[in-house]
Design a protein around this ligand. Sequence first.
Ligand SMILES: *Cc1c(COP(=O)(O)O)cnc(C)c1O
Length: 462
Amino acid sequence: MTKKLLKTWQKPSITPHQMGTLNKFGRPVSGDYVEKIDGVAVSDLLREYGSPLFVISEKRLRDNIRQMKRAFESRYQPVIHAWSYKTNYLNAVCATLHQEGSWAEVVSAFEYEKARALGVPAERILFNGPHKKRAILERCVTEGARIHIDNLDELYLLDTIAREFDKVTSVTLRLNFDTGYTEDWSRFGFNLGSGAALDAAIRIGNSSHLKLRGLHSHIGTFILDPRAYQVQVEKMCGFMELIEQQTHALIDSIDIGGGFASQNALQGSYLPTEQVVPTMSQYADTICGTLLKMTAQREAQGKPRLKLILESGRAVVDDSEVLISSVVAGKRLPDGRASYVMDAGVNLLFTAFWYNHKVKHTRPLQGIPEETVLYGPLCMNIDIIRQSILLPPLSVGDSLVLSPAGAYNNTQWMQFIEYRPAIVMVHENSLVSVVRRAEKLEDLNGFESLPTHLNGQFKFAE
Ligand SMILES: *Cc1c(COP(=O)(O)O)cnc(C)c1O
């Protein structure tokens, strides 16, 4: 049955536009719209799986990691890619990347267990992060995962465990230092400048059961200037020479962490993403070029070639996933701006706090674009998925595709007020699988138990 939609009356408003150039609302949205995702109609997806809905493109995910591998491996070998679980630890996403050869990079006992349960061998897991309790360290030592030591307490505990289990354990030291291009992340790992890193390396050198084999640092995130990585590689290689001279350490790998920017628009950035985000080739050129230069002498001495380890998260997954959200209601604000209540908010699109996501409609829209606010469904003032965007008038039921949404949303989303919706993956043959079903009341109540005396007998006021 087709329905004829009556046009609703809206209070007229005037919005000044400087078409063709940047104005304070950013660039005018283009008239193009997304009807299909990898060959599957958005309307079919919503009919089948409901709204809101996360949609992952398996093809884009594979293309992204393959492109990154090509960019690096054509300039340096061997390179190991380790998938940063916290960026998106859906099993379907991790499994796709493991099929493409990526190892797992985890930062908690939960993530370690998730990787192991998915079938990742311990020797293919890198364990970062400041919080590793004894039980999980014991498991890592027995299973042979590579632990990246964050602090002295961890170093002592690990040494104790390795001796108790009488297991010689290869470890990596996490370093921090000023690159001149990135923020101060001195809370993670050992500082180079203060001497803490050298001190830690010497302590490991004195241990009978710990062997220092790797150096790691993760200097920041959404790094827009590749020169940050040049400084990073230079400093790490300089430190490597120092400790190889002063201790018995023989380093097998330099792990430069993640931090490559994705195709997302940081709030406050006025230039279009394509103009500010370096290409994978630009990152790879700087990193591999510096590494080759810094290790030439070492290789001439006959030392084995270093493995370059990358832990890129957002740049791999961000643009392979979108969030589709529908208009629940429209409301003209007192100052004349258009606003809409959407069925997805910061509960699902956590990254709306710092990105201006691309917003595309899913059908051609008539009408003049005007300044619009997109609110989420939460009864909470900060639930805004877009403070200001130019959009033509929308109707209840219209859906919008918000992207990129693949990084740090399915892990940082919160079950607050609303259920979390389904996540589907569109495969390369345009078939669709549910990779995480929508939450139900039983799921959430399943965590709780009600003390017997609180069960019923409610005495409601009249
Ligand atoms: C989060 C994290 C990454 C991934 O960072 P991106 O900015 O998403 O590339 C890599 N390594 C470590 C240690 C991390 O904590």
